[in-house]
Design a protein around this ligand. Structure first.
Ligand code: MF3
Ligand code: CO
Ligand code: CO
Length: 276
């Protein structure tokens, strides 16, 4: 059975309880989320053919340091980079390296910046030069699935309602939802309760209450759902090597709906296609 706890008095570790945050906490999350969003905005002009993913990582590290923030992934469970950069059939947790991006790639950049102890977690897909129609369609379906998941969020709905909305839409578009990774509670802890599955049945899971803060971050494949993790211990790829995409927002449940903390101030939540 789930239980809820006042975030102000809860210990700063994942206790299995669901934290309920107050208005000041929402303001702090909004500040952290907006910093992450501005960082992701800054990548739109950087990402093009020939750019290396370790240059993206350097940008994020410098952006964080210039803004009194820290990238949450640095040193997290042995991870040593400031971002995850997941290209084409990489589902998530791709490790930045010296390989240049190629025309036609699609790359997810996942950034979590810690500002004043609050974690703003968000990711977007960036097209590299001109991309194929199939890739463009995958980005459209994945982004729309995130929006449909967010649209369900309000007090009284359940985490299963979110998953069901995403799964029903994605499978109706003849794509598939990755099962092995999920959204998560976030706040002053990177990965907290509840788990937000991106599939499921309406009415199942945990009831949403005002003051809850979590991510929604569906991973969608053009092929089948199964993934495998490469020998580096991090990089997750589609087993059938089909293209995979993901967008992520951090958000809070309000009295009458939802507040998205990581919305782009420039309207770049879904970075545009790069036309020549
Ligand atoms: N930002 C990822 C998420 O959305 C977590 C990355 S953890 C890492 O939850 F160690 F792989 F970087
Ligand atoms: Co993330
Ligand atoms: Co996340």
């Amino acid at each position: 059975m789930v239980s809820y706890i006042d975030a102000a008095t809860a210990p700063l570790k994942n206790t299995g309880q669901i934290r309920i945050y107050d208005k000041a906490d929402f303001e702090a999350m909004h500040a952290a989320g907006q910093l992450t969003a501005r960082c992701l905005d800054g990548l739109v002009d950087l990402i093009k053919p020939g750019v290396r993913t370790d240059e993206i990582d350097d940008f994020v590290y410098s952006f964080a340091r210039d803004n009194n923030a820290l990238p949450a992934t640095l040193g997290y469970r042995g991870y040593t980079k400031s971002t995850c950069t997941s290209i084409n059939h990489v589902v998530c947790h791709g490790i930045p390296n010296e390989k240049p991006l190629k025309e036609g790639d699609i790359v997810n950049v996942d950034v979590t910046l810690i500002l004043d102890g609050w974690y703003g977690d968000s990711s977007r897909m960036y097209p590299v030069g001109k991309i194929k129609r199939a890739a463009e369609r995958l980005l459209d379906v994945t982004y729309e699935s995130l929006l449909r998941g967010i649209a369900v969020v309000k007090p009284g709905a359940t985490t299963g309602d979110i998953g069901a909305a995403i799964q029903e839409y994605v499978e109706g578009e003849r794509c598939s939802v990755v099962r092995d990774f999920c959204g998560h509670g976030v706040g002053r802890i990177f990965h907290d309760m509840p788990n937000i599955l991106h599939y499921g049945r309406p009415g199942e899971g945990v009831e949403l209450r005002p003051g809850m803060i979590f991510t929604i971050e569906p991973m969608v494949n053009l092929g089948r759902p199964p993934v495998k993790v490469l020998s580096d211990g991090w990089t997750a790829v589609t087993r059938d090597r089909s293209l995979s995409a993901q967008y992520e927002h951090s958000l809070g449940v309000t009295e009458d709906g939802v507040q998205i903390f990581t919305s782009s101030p420039k309207g770049l939540d879904k970075p545009p296609l790069q036309e020549d």
